[in-house]
Ligand binder design. Structure first.
Ligand SMILES: [Zn+2]
Length: 290
């Protein structure tokens, strides 16, 4: 099995035709790895933008790419994608987090009117894999590529990051350092219809207590000090997309606010519980005699 690690640079622009913002791809960079994870082929192409006339200052500052350089390439998205398809073949495509695959889909849809990358067979979000492989289970914070490289002692001097090819090469070094055949199997997705539903699914916080995805048995809060279940002393209120109520731990004689967030993912609901100090106005209410 061969792996292609792809990195894209793109320019956020407003499309007057479509009346919406659009991330136009301006650079493709990729490496092909053989089964021993050696780089056997490389891919690097600039694209002359068709929608944006100039580069977003943030993009120029980050990449140091100039609009003239892009124009000089005389490449269109359509040229580059057809070259890239050949380069990819039946290999597994990997990108660092799914933002690049989403931008690739966005461009493909814009230029070809098709939601699905018909040429794509297998996909891995290599950021997710690396985060797991380094043992970081903090879902709220994504592991950055340069942080990952640093953790692994991979030095990448004299090369500019945020250029597609360099980022793809650095990703390959991280992948190689963290390679685990068994672990990787769980991260390889076949690109069927379900894959597209999953990758485009936008997680959201459930704001209606009657929502069928909410497990009512989760509506409790434990005291942070003693771990015992606390007594709820108010109705649930919704604030900043979390359900909140006043609680008291009878054992510790402590009052606090309990907060529960139900985050809907494609195939599961994540329950996040926190405690906080009571809001000021709740504190002012006369306390109930114990
Ligand atoms: Zn307690």
């Amino acid at each position: 099995m061969e792996y292609i690690i792809l990195d894209l640079e793109f320019n956020g622009t407003y499309s007057k035709n479509r009346h919406r913002f659009f991330n136009e791809i301006i650079e493709f960079g990729a490496v092909k790895l053989d089964e021993q994870l050696n780089i056997v082929e490389t891919f690097s192409e600039l694209i002359a933008p068709q929608i944006s006339k100039k580069l977003n200052p943030h993009v120029s500052a980050l990449t140091h790419i100039t609009i003239d350089e892009l124009k000089d390439s005389k490449n269109t998205f359509s040229h580059v994608i057809s070259k890239f398809r050949k380069f990819l073949g039946d290999s597994v495509l990997m990108t660092w987090s799914n933002s690049d695959i989403l931008v690739l889909m966005e461009n493909y849809r814009y230029f070809f009117g098709n939601d699905k990358l018909s040429f794509l067979k297998y996909y891995v979000n290599i950021q997710k894999y690396c985060q797991r492989a380094v043992g970081n289970s903090d879902r709220a914070h994504q592991l950055g590529l340069s942080t990952c490289a640093e953790m692994l002692g991979i030095t990448y001097e004299n090369k500019q990051l945020h250029r597609a090819y360099n980022d793809a090469e650095l990703t390959a070094l991280c992948f190689k350092a963290l390679y685990d055949e068994e672990l990787l199997k769980g991260y390889i997705h076949t690109c069927d219809n379900e894959f597209y539903q999953r990758v485009t699914f936008k997680n959201y916080n459930i704001c209606d207590l009657k929502d069928a995805h909410i497990d009512k048995k989760e509506m409790f809060i434990n005291c942070e000090t003693c771990g015992k279940r606390a007594l709820r002393r108010s109705k649930w209120r919704l604030k900043n997309k979390s359900f909140r109520a006043n609680f008291r731990c009878l054992r510790c004689r402590k009052d606090f606010e309990g907060r529960i967030t139900f985050k809907k993912h494609y195939d599961h609901v994540e329950v996040i519980k926190k405690t906080a100090e009571l809001p000021q106005k709740e504190k002012q209410k006369p306390s109930v005699k114990a």
